[in-house]
Design a protein around this ligand. Structure first.
Ligand SMILES: Cc1cc2nc3c(=O)[nH]c(=O)nc-3n(C[C@H](O)[C@H](O)[C@H](O)COP(=O)(O)OP(=O)(O)OC[C@H]3O[C@@H](n4cnc5c(N)ncnc54)[C@H](O)[C@@H]3O)c2cc1C
Length: 402
């Protein structure tokens, strides 16, 4: 049976995030954005709403909701500001769900439980100064001495780099495979901020998502015990790609929220502003931009909902999630550009939120697989050059809590 209705639980979550966002974040987001300031008081509020472990089972400290709930929360958060959704993307999408799927019971107890409760914040460190799309070009290494690993390298463009307590880090454990660019030489590690040799900083030159924290971290012979290897040695590349399936999902749903924010701001302004003796909403070319936003919003939402449904069912969804992320982020760029256009010169000023939407939307066309990487993926699926096999661990299907 096919159904498009949200459950009562979904609606309540949507409503509570929407109310919190509009009452507590909207009034201050303009100033935070202009001050390039991350507001850490947002995190306990998100934890209180259950968002920091929204789709993590209650047995591991989460709210025990389904993956559609993660998408709904992402959409509502990015409706307010991209920086809020980014927290969910790296903490829940990329990190917590990787621990849930690939972690040992001890790792889940030690790291996932406090993360899902919002007592510890986590992020994902893949990108380096010389390697983004080209993951095989990573330079970070993890040398084994005795039973411990010693990690050395630098990660850059890391969301929450200066805020997070726990980092999911990818590094080469096999020097020969590194030389041959064979990704089975990469390993995933759980690294704590407090480990000796770890340091981080904030990037100051960023021009979008200004209320969010983005930075770098350095590892100088950081000693990591073998218990902190996530999955098995050599499974790092698979885990990195697995994590992106979940992170991209939140990016898709978030970009959908940004399209809706552009649509709502444009519709409201178009009915206030007069030109040539009528409100500008009466001009057909303005209507065309608003209609395009509506069509993009509806299509983007259906695409991420399908992905979320597949996750709930335990079905592999790399292809569908890539499509949802690719479509929604490109559409959000179009919507934000048109939202500025609908606002005329006022759109070119920070007195209206659409300029912020315009700056914020571009990041998502770059991170978690650039527009070009998703274009290639989608073509390769159609052409039969790419198929997804089963990995050793899969995201657990949704099981309602008792
Ligand atoms: C705001 C922000 C937050 C981020 N947060 C995180 C984070 O939390 N953790 C993390 O690990 N990373 C994060 N990133 C990094 C992000 O994932 C990378 O920027 C992204 O993967 C692209 O890598 P790159 O910037 O090195 O670009 P490059 O890979 O150098 O690409 C440059 C250009 O070349 C194109 N290109 C590259 N290869 C190909 C190809 N084979 N075919 C066609 N075109 C190609 C790209 O599409 C792009 O247009 C973040 C980035 C931003 C902007």
């Amino acid at each position: 049976m096919l159904g498009f209705d949200l459950s009562e639980e979904h609606r309540l979550l949507e409503q509570s995030v929407r109310e919190w966002g509009s009452k507590e974040v909207v009034p201050k987001i303009h100033d935070l954005d202009r001050a390039h300031q991350f507001d850490p008081t947002i995190l306990p509020k998100m934890a209180e709403l259950g968002l920091l472990g929204v789709c993590v089972p209650t047995a591991y400290g989460g709210a025990g909701m389904d993956y559609i709930s993660l998408g709904l929360a992402s959409e509502e958060l990015e409706y307010v500001d991209t920086s809020l959704r980014v927290i969910l993307s790296v903490h829940v999408g990329l990190n917590c769900l990787s621990l849930l799927t690939w972690g040992t019971e001890a790792q889940k107890q030690q790291y996932l439980v406090p993360q899902a409760r919002g007592e510890r914040i986590s992020t994902y460190g893949l990108t380096e100064p010389a390697a983004g799309s080209d993951v095989r070009g990573l330079q970070s290494i993890a040398e084994k001495k005795g039973s411990d690993y010693f990690l050395t390298g630098e990660k850059q463009w890391i969301s929450l780099a200066d805020v997070a307590d726990h980092f999911l880090v990818f590094a080469w454990t096999d020097a020969e495979k590194k030389r041959q660019r064979d990704p089975s030489g990469l390993t995933a590690f759980i690294v704590e901020r407090g480990f000796k040799g770890f340091s981080s900083g904030t990037m100051k030159e960023k021009w979008g998502i200004l209320a969010g924290n983005t930075g770098y971290f350095r590892m100088d012979e950081v000693r990591v015990p073998p218990e902190n290897v996530l999955g098995k040695p050599g499974e790092g590349f698979k885990i990195a790609m697995f994590a992106l399936d979940q992170g991209r999902y939140t990016v898709a749903a978030g970009a959908t929220g940004l399209i809706r924010a552009c649509r709502d701001a444009s519709a409201s302004y178009a009915k206030e502003r007069q030109a040539f003796g009528v409100e500008i909403a009466q001009h057909q070319l303005v209507k065309a931009m608003i209609a395009q936003m509506e069509s993009d919003y509806q299509a983007a939402r259906l695409l991420w909902l399908r992905s979320g449904w597949m996750k709930n069912e335990g079905k592999r969804n790399t292809r569908e999630t890539s499509l949802a992320k690719w479509f929604a982020t490109i559409a959000s760029e179009r919507a934000a550009s048109d939202a500025v256009q609908v606002h005329g010169a006022n759109g070119y000023s920070d007195e209206y939120p659409v300029g912020r939407f315009f700056r914020n939307c571009k990041g998502a066309v770059i991170y978690e697989g650039t527009r070009e990487i998703h274009t290639l993926m989608q073509a390769d699926y159609v052409l039969g050059y790419r198929q997804d096999g089963l990995t050793r661990c899969q995201l657990p299907a949704y099981v309602p809590s008792e």
